[in-house]
Ligand binder design. Structure first.
Ligand SMILES: NC(=O)c1ccc[n+]([C@@H]2O[C@H](COP(=O)([O-])OP(=O)(O)OC[C@H]3O[C@@H](n4cnc5c(N)ncnc54)[C@H](O)[C@@H]3O)[C@@H](O)[C@H]2O)c1
Length: 256
């Protein structure tokens, strides 16, 4: 098993990509602490992992709340007897076109998509360092590396790249590796519901992707397993896109 004994926190783990990451981590032998603001879905995912023999617990928390984050890390550390891996995955897209954005929405985008990663990392790092090191992964987006709308979300996702570089450089000597994942369109339920509402748009989207399909949460989970495992021990401070070739360029991009 590739993550045997790795004590892992996964945020936004109730649904979508985070759920797939938590399931794969547990299947690869990790102990997983799932964290989410959605208690029902979080408990259901945790039970599904336990049902297949995985070691999992759920912590209900709104990660925009600083004291809830500190409490979450204390409880995760207690349950797992340490922390080796932090997967910052919680996120949410709020804003769209720049001229339509209210300041509150802009701030909310930055708070969820950037500041929760800061809060969780700041709280977990001392525990990881005390235990000899570990790995941090933040879920950004292709929106963080090129402009395709959702302005506040994109700015926050771009901020994660710099944030994680800083973590990697400052704490590398303490045994910390930190990396960013930038997914293209991944068909989590939220994403599928969003695009299926628009006639023909999943089919239209597929044309933009050189591999001819959109991503599945399990695609991202495979990458997260690699980045959390010792197989990637010389990879730090980098940004890995997982987008079926989308950001390499495509002659259909933006066309109907
Ligand atoms: N699905 C995609 O196409 C796609 C593409 C690029 C990046 N991403 C990123 O991947 C991550 C997961 O996306 P997804 O599609 O699985 O979304 P999702 O909505 O299915 O899952 C996100 C989870 O985060 C939780 N969450 C949100 N805010 C929270 C908070 N303040 N405190 C605690 N939990 C919170 C939600 O309850 C939810 O369970 C996000 O960071 C997203 O930006 C997704």
């Amino acid at each position: 098993m590739r993550l045997s004994g790795k004590r892992s926190i996964i945020t936004g783990a109730a649904k979508g990509i985070g759920r797939a990451v938590a399931q794969r981590f547990a299947a690869e032998g990790a102990m997983v602490t799932l964290v989410d603001q959605d208690a029902d879905a979080g408990k259901e995912t945790t039970e599904s992992i336990r049902g297949t023999g995985g070691q999992a617990t759920f912590i209900h928390a709104d990660l925009t709340d600083e004291s809830a984050v500190r409490d979450m890390v204390v409880r995760a550390r207690e349950w797992m007897n340490g922390i080796d891996t932090l997967i910052n995955n919680a996120g949410l897209s709020i804003t769209n076109d720049l001229l339509d954005i209210e300041l509150d929405d802009w701030n909310a985008d930055l708070e969820v998509n950037l500041s929760t990663h800061f809060l969780c990392t700041r709280a977990a790092l001392p525990v990881m360092i005390e235990g000899g090191g570990g790995t941090v992964v933040s879920m950004s987006s292709v929106n963080g590396i090129w402009a395709i709308g959702e302005t506040g979300y994109s700015a926050a996702k771009a901020g994660l790249i710099s944030f994680i570089q800083n973590v990697a450089v400052r704490y590398g000597e303490s045994g910390i590796r930190a990396n960013v994942i930038c997914p293209g369109t991944i068909l989590s339920k939220r994403c599928r519901d969003n695009w299926e509402g628009k006639a023909g748009s999943i089919e239209k989207l597929k044309k933009w992707y050189p591999v001819g399909r959109l991503g599945e949460p399990e695609d991202v989970a495979s990458l997260a397993v690699f980045l959390a495992s010792d197989e990637s021990s010389f990879i730090s401070g980098t940004t890995v896109t997982i987008d079926g070739g989308l950001t390499a360029g495509n002659r259909f991009f933006g066309k109907d």
